[in-house]
Design a protein around this ligand. Structure first.
Ligand code: GDP
Length: 351
């Protein structure tokens, strides 16, 4: 049985990858900084995962975790991934995203150099170059986040040249109902779900004309695994090849909201969305689109979920989740009310 260690297992990608590897018969280890109990989507598989403590900023903790897990494959998915946060905390972002990989690679080289390593690289490394980006496109990062990921990506190359099996997956934006709520897609679908439940607050967004190549995270983790099964390691661009604007995303969300029978209504975009300059970015990347030809030809990888299916999945999941929460809080109110009434009940019976 192969052993895999995943850093960032409690995040969106980590959880999908854990499920995929468990399906393939792997023994899965997850690096965590605190108890993963609160991660809702890990709950169904948590009992099949071995969790070990570790912090990417702390080499000693990583060495101990690595020794326990003794992995055949190491997936480094942990990191500080939000671009605006990288402007607020550039040094910390760098330490986690580039320093973290440096610590891991040194441990692999010293302890078990036959471990295969996957590094989560990103399309943010490309910056504003024209057209679809491939493995040959030069990097021009626009934010501390992009620079930190590019530095890590360069480490992939230099350690590969020293003989380690390290592959960098240059993944374009990938989303799902598990996406962090600060990212634009999830921010929009969560707000739409709140609207469906009666919340008429306007949705504040930044640049509606920014374009991204949005795919489904569940498809992308399969590419991560495939990259570590090849004869020799290399980097791969992963994306759908089609980009859409933030505005396209909002419009489709509203369409999908109208298509839910119990909702069947949605606001006009102009009544709902408000541009808030706080969400505009310095160093904005205007358009990101992947040329994933190499992944298709070498790995046989291609996405299964298209843009509309992705939006539908996210909208429906958020509407269902918010209904459940609302139902739960109504249930809690009823229970609380019955408790406050309870002292009177015995009195009445006794009488
Ligand atoms: P990124 O591509 O990794 O930065 O992913 P995000 O989901 O954070 O942002 C995608 C695009 O949406 C960027 O071009 C943002 O400028 C744009 N955007 C517009 N409004 C918002 C917003 O309110 N929040 C976020 N996160 N992004 C926004």
């Amino acid at each position: 049985m192969k052993r895999a260690l995943i850093t960032g297992i409690s995040g969106q990608d980590g959880s999908y990858l854990a499920e995929h590897l468990l399906d393939l018969g792997y023994e899965v280890w997850g690096l965590v900084r605190r108890s993963p109990d609160c991660i809702r989507w890990l709950a169904p598989v948590a009992h099949r995962i071995e969790f070990v403590y570790g912090d990417l900023r702390d080499a000693e903790s990583l060495a101990v975790a690595f020794q326990k897990a003794w992995p055949d494959e190491l997936y480094n998915l942990a990191g500080q991934v939000f671009v605006p946060t990288s402007w607020e905390h550039p040094a910390e972002t760098f330490d986690i995203n580039a320093g973290g990989l440096a610590r891991l690679l040194q441990i692999v080289e010293r302890q078990k150099p036959d471990t295969r390593v996957y590094q989560a690289s990103t399309s943010e490394m490309f910056g504003n170059t024209d057209g679809a980006r491939s493995e040959q496109t030069p990097f021009r990062p626009m934010s501390p986040y992009g620079v930190s990921k590019m530095a890590a990506h360069r480490l992939v190359e230099v350690y590969r040249n020293r003989g380690l099996f390290v592959a960098g997956g240059i993944l374009f934006n990938h989303e799902s109902p598990r996406r962090g709520p600060e990212m634009v897609t999830r921010k929009i679908t969560r707000a739409a779900a709140r609207w469906a439940l009666g919340d008429r607050t306007r949705l504040k967004l930044g640049n509606l004309s920014a374009r991204r190549d949005w795919g489904f995270a569940g498809d992308y983790v399969k590419a991560m695994h495939a990259m570590l099964q090849t004869e020799s390691p290399r980097d791969y661009v992963i994306g759908t090849g089609i980009s859409h604007s933030v505005e396209d995303f909002v419009r489709l969300v509203l369409e999908e909201l109208r298509a839910i029978p119990e909702v069947s209504d949605a606001p006009p975009i102009d009544d709902w969305v408000e541009i808030d300059p706080r969400f505009l970015r310095t160093g904005e990347i205007h358009d990101l689109r992947a040329d994933a030809t190499l992944a298709r030809t070498h790995l046989g990888w291609q996405p299964e979920v298209d843009f509309r299916q992705l939006v539908r999945m996210m909208v429906r999941a958020d509407v269902a989740a918010i209904r459940q929460t609302a139902g739960q809080s109504r249930h809690n109110e009823v229970v609380a009310a019955s408790f406050t009434r309870r002292p009177q009940a015995p009195a009445l019976q006794i009488a």
